[in-house]
Write a protein that binds this ligand. Structure first.
Ligand code: SF4
Length: 449
């Protein structure tokens, strides 16, 4: 791989500085006073965790910032991550009534961040008193947003909650998978500490099925929550995938989140395959790390890509080039060596099928090559089938764990699940909502027996 030149440290810091700076007190108060405290709060309905947005904003307006943080955390244990990384344009802020008047919506994300930042700055004074211990124990697999939310809610209800996390540092995608210009690694660790402060035990470096067996886990706990997220991208199934310089997008993003710039290598010419939000993050990060040319290759058109509009705009602003209706055909390079070129085929969209989706078809003899010394795969992720196969009687559908939509109970009544492993990869806020809902599902299950 031909490496891009390392940049001076301050240049990296500048390139990865937060896109949306924090409000100061005056800005937060003034923005909070713009809120109309709508009776039916469409913003609240649009939030998957249903934070009482008008109430927390009103508390900021009246100077009760600690009370505001409490209102937020009552609904969402991962509120700082959500404030910084949620696609607010399509959730709460997208539903704000100001949009109907053609005016700028209330900056709900930045206000939420203001309240939670102050709360952490004050050293997390206790806001909640966990109920007395009820004698029941729940094991939680995965310390990502779903697992943390589930464990926090259970601890508050008096459960003994233990999270098992394979990595050495907890937080899941909040810690390892969010671009540093959206939020920092340290922000996620603050939320981990908040959950631990409720009495939740987190055992890191423990892989269920390897370090601790599934039967052992079942002997230890009354119920189990599965919040394992998704694994890496599936194979592209094209020649050359094993060449040096081919990476998985999440593995690449993970190296960037720790901000150890000197240890993150990037190619001079990078091609990212896929056009979802993860693909955009990988492409934008590669550019900000100093790659000279970054391209995104996507087999369908701009209309079909799953990345949000604001993510697409950010990548274009950073100089990322988009090749729509283009599919990778093979990755070329010397045997046992590194990537040199990506060969692609131009595609066209056929007529819509019964599902309304227009299939992409290759255009004969349309092959062309893009020089590349690094190829990043970002074509979605798959669940860890090999792990899930170890859990007795848990049914899967297209790789996702099947759950009761109300309780999030799986087909094995002792197991509950939430987050990306049931939805195939949505937002952090959906995982936070699932974790909380599953905790109440577990509570009903254990106390109805
Ligand atoms: Fe405030 Fe907008 Fe929510 Fe109304 S919809 S309560 S104005 S944030």
């Amino acid at each position: 791989m031909n490496l891009a030149e390392k940049l001076p440290r301050d240049r990296y810091e500048e390139n990865f500085a937060e896109l949306h700076p924090a409000f100061d007190r005056n800005q937060a108060t003034s923005e909070a006073h713009r809120c109309l405290y709508c009776f039916d709060s469409p913003c609240m309905k649009a939030c998957p965790t249903h934070i009482d947005i008008s109430t927390f904003i009103k508390k900021i307006a009246t100077g009760n910032v600690k009370g505001s943080a409490k209102t937020i955390l009552e609904s969402n244990w991962i509120a700082l991550t959500c404030a910084k990384a949620c696609p607010v344009d399509v959730l709460c802020e997208g539903a704000c009534v100001y949009n109907d008047r053609g005016e700028k919506p209330i900056e709900i994300g930045r206000l939420q961040r203001y309240a939670i930042d102050r709360y952490f700055e004050q050293g997390m004074p206790p806001l909640f008193t966990p109920a007395p211990k009820n004698g029941k124990s729940v094991g939680i697999i995965g310390a990502g947003p779903a697992g943390l939310a589930c464990a926090a809610e259970l601890a508050l209800m008096g459960y003994d909650a233990t999270i098992y996390e394979g990595k050495e540092i907890a937080g899941g995608l909040d810690t390892w998978g969010i671009a540093p210009y959206k939020m920092s690694f340290e922000d996620s660790l603050k939320e981990v500490k908040l959950v631990q402060g409720l009495g939740v035990k987190i055992k890191t470096g423990v892989w269920i099925g390897k370090t601790v067996s599934v039967p052992e886990l079942e002997r230890t706990h009354d119920a189990i929550f599965v919040g394992i997220g998704l694994g890496i991208s599936p194979d592209l199934k094209i020649p050359g995938e094993d060449l040096a310089g081919v990476f998985d997008a999440l593995e690449f993003i993970e190296r960037v989140t720790t901000r150890r710039w000197s240890s993150v290598d990037v190619g001079k010419r990078v091609v990212v395959i896929g056009a979802g939000n993860t693909a955009i993050d990988a492409a934008t990060e590669a550019k900000r790390l100093g790659a000279e040319h970054v391209a995104i290759v996507y087999r369908r058109g701009e209309q079909e890509m799953s990345a949000y509009g604001f993510e697409f705009d950010l990548a274009k602003k950073d100089g990322v080039v988009f090749h729509f209706l283009t599919a990778p055909k093979r990755i070329l390079g010397p045997a046992g060596g590194s990537v040199e070129t990506l060969e692609c085929t131009k595609m066209k969209l056929g007529p819509a099928g019964a599902n309304g989706r227009r299939p992409a078809e290759p255009i004969p003899q349309s092959e062309f090559r893009i020089p590349a010394d690094m190829v990043i795969k970002a074509i979605g992720q798959k669940t860890s089938d090999s792990f899930l196969a170890q859990i007795p009687s848990v049914k899967l559908n297209e790789g996702r764990v099947v759950v009761n939509p109300e309780s999030l109970q799986t087909s094995n009544p002792r197991y509950f699940a939430g987050g990306d492993c049931i939805n195939g990869g949505k937002e952090v806020v959906n995982a936070a909502a699932d974790g909380k809902r599953a905790a109440h599902g577990i509570d009903r299950y254990l106390f109805s027996k």
